[in-house]
Design a protein around this ligand. Structure first.
Ligand SMILES: NC(=O)c1ccc[n+]([C@@H]2O[C@H](COP(=O)([O-])OP(=O)(O)OC[C@H]3O[C@@H](n4cnc5c(N)ncnc54)[C@H](O)[C@@H]3O)[C@@H](O)[C@H]2O)c1
Length: 356
């Protein structure tokens, strides 16, 4: 029988990893329940076909433990699905190279394990992983490039970049992926119903209705380590969030983004949107909205689709940038498209009438 298992390796066993693995377990436990999935199946693959086979972190509470335990180690704090426990999976979290992954403002929450890093590329090969999912902290550029090198150039497997370092948008990595015959998706996940997806939809609506958008902001706050990190070093996240909106507009729009760490909110994130412009005769228009969402679940809802789009590319021997998946599912794809166009392309990709 054809093997439907999708073998994934994960760099960064933080809240997004926890939400991904516990979410998959939720759907395993409730096979009839497809609420919250953008696609119950993609090319015949179910969410429950995704299986972790290797994981890397640097936190002393996580390294050396079974992945099922490591996802619950502090400071992880993702939403817990009622009655869901990930069973021991026989995957021990390995020590990765720290590089710029755990600076002082994060080391407050994350004790660095006193261990030599493993040979990541060799671990990837030995585990039989088909792709590496990169979930390390924003602005860890050196570490992100290390994992991209290990996956794309070293092990020759697919690479999904969940964070904003420009890997998939980098022509050097695009060329390396094509040469090694591996697909890549990134950069920076556009969450399922998140600030970026909503902001883009509002900006598009204004354009379609002839409203001129003058200026806009998006303020985000949550209590997870991602937000503690973003306050200290959020440059690439500001860029990917702002470009995701301003790139849609046919004229310059002033946009500001803000991040605040509010510890008691844990992994629950609030986003406040403001859009100001003019409608008929440029009469003033002011729009505000607020979203509250479980941050990492919002990420995982997209990741389960990215993984399956990646597997389709591997099945079809398609290498390099998967343009339509990048455009619909990431904040900073190499080629930005309006979301409706990207979704059409993605459906054609699944149907096999588009290569990528
Ligand atoms: N909705 C979302 O949560 C969302 C959306 C889009 C993008 N992202 C991005 O996804 C990434 C992960 O987010 P998170 O909330 O899981 O963050 P997190 O801080 O909870 O997890 C990051 C993990 O990476 C580990 N790490 C640090 N340096 C490492 C290294 N060198 N090697 C291996 N592991 C290392 C940390 O110990 C931690 O376990 C962030 O870059 C974030 O910006 C998140």
């Amino acid at each position: 029988m054809e093997n439907r298992t999708i073998r994934v390796a994960i760099a960064g066993v933080g809240n997004c990893c926890q939400a991904l693995l516990e979410g998959i377990e939720y759907y395993r436990k409730h096979p009839e329940d497809t609420r919250g999935l953008m696609n119950p199946e993609i090319g015949g693959y179910q969410v429950t076909d995704i299986v972790p086979v290797a994981a890397f972190d640097v936190n002393a509470h996580k390294v050396g433990r079974d992945l099922s335990e490591a996802i619950l180690a502090p400071p992880n704090t993702a939403y817990r699905y009622a009655g869901v426990t990930v069973k021991p999976c026989g995957v021990t979290v390995k020590m990765g190279p720290v590089l710029d992954g755990n600076p002082a403002h994060l080391a407050e929450f994350v004790p660095t394990a006193d261990l030599e890093p493993c040979d990541v590329a060799q671990e990837l090969i030995d585990s039989g992983a088909e792709m590496l999912l990169n979930f390390i902290p924003t602005e860890s550029h050196d570490a992100a490039r290390f994992y991209a090198d290990a996956a794309i150039k070293g092990a020759g497997i697919g690479f999904v970049n969940g964070m904003p370092t420009l890997i998939v948008s980098d022509p050097g990595y695009q060329q390396a992926a094509e040469q090694r015959g591996v697909p890549i998706i990134g950069d920076d996940v556009k969450s399922q119903f998140g600030g970026t997806a909503i902001h883009r939809a509002l900006a598009t609506l204004m354009q379609n209705r002839g409203v001129h958008l003058d200026e806009t902001y998006q303020i985000n706050f949550a209590g997870n380590t991602d937000f503690a990190n973003l306050m200290a070093r959020g440059k690439s996240k500001h860029r990917s969030k702002q470009e995701a909106v301003t790139s849609l507009m046919p004229y310059p729009v002033t946009m500001s983004t803000g991040f605040t760490h509010v510890e008691l909110m844990k992994d629950r994130k609030t986003t406040i949107f403001l859009l100001r412009g003019g409608n008929f005769g440029n009469a003033p228009l002011h729009f505000e909205a607020k979203l509250e969402v479980e941050d990492s679940a919002n990420f995982a809802g997209v990741m389960v689709d990215m993984i399956r789009y990646m597997r389709l590319a591997l099945d079809r021997n398609v290498a390099g940038v998967l343009d339509s998946a990048c455009a619909f599912l990431t904040k900073h794809p190499p080629v930005q498209m309006p979301d409706d166009v990207a979704l059409d392309h993605l459906r054609a990709y699944v149907a096999g009438t588009r290569e990528r």
